[in-house]
Write a protein that binds this ligand. Structure first.
Ligand code: CAA
Length: 258
């Protein structure tokens, strides 16, 4: 499918999805949300890592599209929020790692998009915030849930109630991002991280991601049982056979399983 608002690039097993709506600093309208949903739903089997970033130098994503939201009624507001929540949840539950390379403003729905990714790295020009209450709305694409989970309720409430934007170094301090780079280093670093992931066993990464994602919502015994089950499942894969044989034979493993 051809996308109006997404630019897709490919480097070996890595797909790069750039949100591209230059007139509105990549703000997410419902068409863009549907395009992202379609893209992630139809990722080809050979994509081992997805990197999400924003087109241009200024913004990752400056939020949901305020022009589109301005005249929504309650039912339409609910549907718009639910659409974003569903698409972002699909990103979060993909079998492969997803890295957000946050190159500029990540506000409102943009911060929420970054938080739906497994890992966030940022340019030192990036700014993060949930400014929705200044527009008379709450965060709508699961920001109340994910921000509190990532940085704790106290800091999440401060950010959401004040609507303040924080710089990349502060985002690093509170654990919202893993690393901060000069703008020109951001994509090379994202690709380098992705490449390291593509060297490892894809099914093992999928099972580990599932454990990390789901264990927060499970009691400890169930989280441990899930990990034991996924650990066991690895032993039914060729990747485990070759991964361990390669170690013992002092050679590089060949991972093929999906
Ligand atoms: N929606 C629609 N248009 C947007 C937008 C958004 N979220 N953010 C920026 N734009 C548009 C501006 O309206 C402007 O358009 P025009 O050139 O036609 O006037 C263009 O992008 C450039 O923006 P600015 O001139 O404002 O650029 P700036 O450098 O002065 O400021 C900014 C940059 C601080 C990011 C500012 O644009 C801004 O505050 N944007 C809105 C941020 C925001 O409130 N995001 C949350 C939206 S609500 C949400 O996301 C709900 C949810 O959780 C689902």
């Amino acid at each position: 499918m051809e996308y109006e608002f997404l630019k897709i690039e490919r480097i070996d097993g890595i797909s790069i999805m750039k949100v591209s709506a230059p007139k509105s600093l990549n703000a997410l309208n419902s068409t863009i949300l549907r395009e992202i949903g379609d893209f992630v739903e139809n990722l080809d089997d050979t994509t081992r890592v997805l990197i999400i970033t924003g087109d241009g130098e200024k913004a990752f994503v400056a939020g949901a599209d305020i022009a589109e939201m301005a005249n929504l009624n309650e039912e339409e507001g609910y549907k718009f929020g639910a659409l974003g929540a569903k698409v972002f949840r699909r990103i979060e539950t993909l079998d492969i790692p997803v890295i957000a390379a946050v190159n500029g403003f990540a506000l409102g729905g943009g911060c929420e998009l970054a938080m739906a990714c497994d890992i966030r790295i940022a340019s030192n020009k990036a700014k993060f915030g949930q400014p929705e209450v200044g527009l008379g709305i709450t965060p709508g694409f699961s920001g109340t849930y994910r921000l509190a989970k990532l940085v704790g309720q106290g800091y999440a409430k401060e950010m959401i109630f004040t609507g303040k934007a924080i710089r990349a170094d502060e985002a690093l301090r509170i654990g919202l991002v893993n690393a901060v780079y000069e703008p020109e280093e951001l994509m090379p670093k994202a690709i380098e991280m992705a490449q390291k992931m593509t060297e490892n066993a894809p099914l093992a990464i999928k099972y580990a991601k599932q454990c990390i994602n789901e264990s927060y919502d499970l009691v400890v015994e169930d989280a441990m049982e899930l990990e034991s089950r996924n650990f066991g499942k690895c032993f039914a894969t060729q990747d485990q056979k070759d991964g361990m044989a390669a170690f013992l034979e002092k050679r590089k493993p060949v991972f093929n399983a999906k």
